[in-house]
Design a binder for this molecule. Structure first.
Ligand SMILES: [Mn+2]
Length: 430
């Protein structure tokens, strides 16, 4: 029996106010798409079945390296984080899974946690290990690296933590482990660039060997930060080399914000898929060297082009296509629930627009080297306002026509500000 956090009656009554306008807009868009040979209901059905995971830490106020400004009523532990994830899911109907992070979400009974999530209408996605910071009571420090550290005892501790994450994930019903390490260097000469990669591969192989049969290991690359001269898994090249060496069930995870500015990420997606190594995706946006702005806020066109490759990949599944999608953002100045609702909408919009591309016209134009018409095939889809499709997909599953309005009307955060203990100010986190 599910216990949803918000009043479904309240959502329905707000929807009732917007239903006539939605039907009008949906009908109009349907006729427009019909003229292009597209069945709007088929697209809505695809969008309704699309989902993206929420990272448990995304429900709290993030921060920068400089500061973190807490929000009254933000969650203080995994139980409250789950409740907030359930709010996002109830309104958006696009985020049914939570991606937990250890040791941040560490508790005593994971089977009970799995049941608690199920009662909120949630499941668990990939588990994330953390060897990029030290925890209270930890015997050895990751100050000089973790999986690639020169000290074998530090490497063993980092491997052991990943094995524990797999064990926790088994109890939660996860089937993937995402590994990101901050290992790298800040000075030329500080680290042997080849030997550090060797040590990483050696540690990662031990983790890979412990994966349950139906699990995948996802390697997340990041160009820089916290290491600013070199990072061990800095780019998709290092990532795919490691994934190919480790084995078939080791794949690469692309985080939109983890590349140099202007890098053609959609091409990286196509390349990884070509070799069966596209394992997952972290959605966010970036303007400069930052990597955690809200999805679609800066470059929605890039998001669309990435989805265009993902839709192509799905149509040409070279040995399978099952990427793990997750939102990965730092919500510094907004209510995290509002950011997650907005981002889920932006991500789904990118997907919906990619579904509207006239693939036959695109492929024909590509084959005949008709540059302008190939571009127009993409542009026509990108220009289409898919808002009514997204709203219809949500409503069809009990979600809100306007998730942000419904959330504000619910008074959730003000209520939680009364009930939850305050989070202290502090240094920023990733
Ligand atoms: Mn990420």
């Amino acid at each position: 029996m599910t216990q949803l956090p918000l009043s479904q009656d309240q959502i329905e009554s707000l929807n009732a106010q917007g239903r006539e306008a939605l039907e009008d807009d949906y009908g109009s868009l349907g006729r427009q798409l019909g003229r292009r040979g597209i069945d709007i209901d088929a697209v809505t059905e695809r969008v309704a079945s699309f989902s993206v995971a929420i990272p448990s830490w995304g429900t709290g106020r993030g921060g920068t390296r400089f500061a973190k400004f807490p929000l009254a009523g933000e969650p203080t532990g995994i139980h409250e984080k789950l409740a907030d994830c359930a709010v996002v899911q109830q309104l958006s109907r696009m985020t049914p899974r939570v991606s937990p992070h250890f040791p941040w979400d560490k508790i005593g009974d994971y089977r009970a946690l799995r049941e608690e999530a199920a009662e909120l209408g949630l499941g668990f996605d990939a588990v994330n290990s953390n060897t990029f910071q030290d925890q209270a009571g930890q015997p050895l420090s990751y100050g000089a690296g973790s999986l690639a550290a020169t000290d074998p005892a530090v490497r063993a501790q980092a491997v052991e933590h990943n094995l524990e994450c797999i064990e926790i994930g088994r109890q939660l019903g996860s089937t993937a482990l995402t590994v990101w390490v901050g290992d790298g260097s800040n000075f030329p000469g500080q680290q042997d660039l080849s030997r550090s990669f060797d040590r990483y591969l050696d540690s990662a192989a031990t983790i890979y060997a412990a994966l349950p049969g139906d699990w995948r290991m996802l390697l997340e690359h990041k160009m820089f930060e916290p290491a600013f001269y070199s990072t061990v898994i800095s780019d998709w090249g290092s990532s795919i080399l490691a994934a190919q060496q480790l084995g078939e069930r080791c794949q690469c995870l692309v985080d939109l914000g983890h590349h140099a500015p202007n890098v053609n990420i959609e091409q990286i997606v196509a390349r990884l898929h070509r070799f069966g190594k596209l394992g997952g995706f972290h959605f966010n946006d970036s303007k400069y060297g930052d990597d955690d702005l809200d999805s679609g806020t800066i470059n929605p066109h890039q998001l669309f082009l990435v989805f265009n490759e993902l839709v192509e990949a799905e149509l040409n599944p070279r040995g399978g296509f099952d990427p793990a999608y997750m939102i990965d953002q730092s919500h510094n100045v907004t209510d995290p629930i509002e950011s997650l609702l907005s981002s889920a909408g932006e991500i789904a919009a990118g997907f919906a627009k990619a579904l509207l591309v006239d693939r036959e016209a695109l492929h024909l134009a590509q084959e005949s080297n008709d540059t302008m018409m190939a571009f127009q095939a993409l542009r026509q889809a990108y220009r289409t306002d898919v808002t009514p499709i997204l709203a219809q997909a949500r409503v069809g599953q009990g979600g809100a026509i306007d998730p942000l309005a419904a959330y504000r009307q619910s008074g959730w955060r003000a209520r939680k500000a009364q009930e939850r203990r305050a989070v202290g100010v502090g240094a920023g986190i990733v």
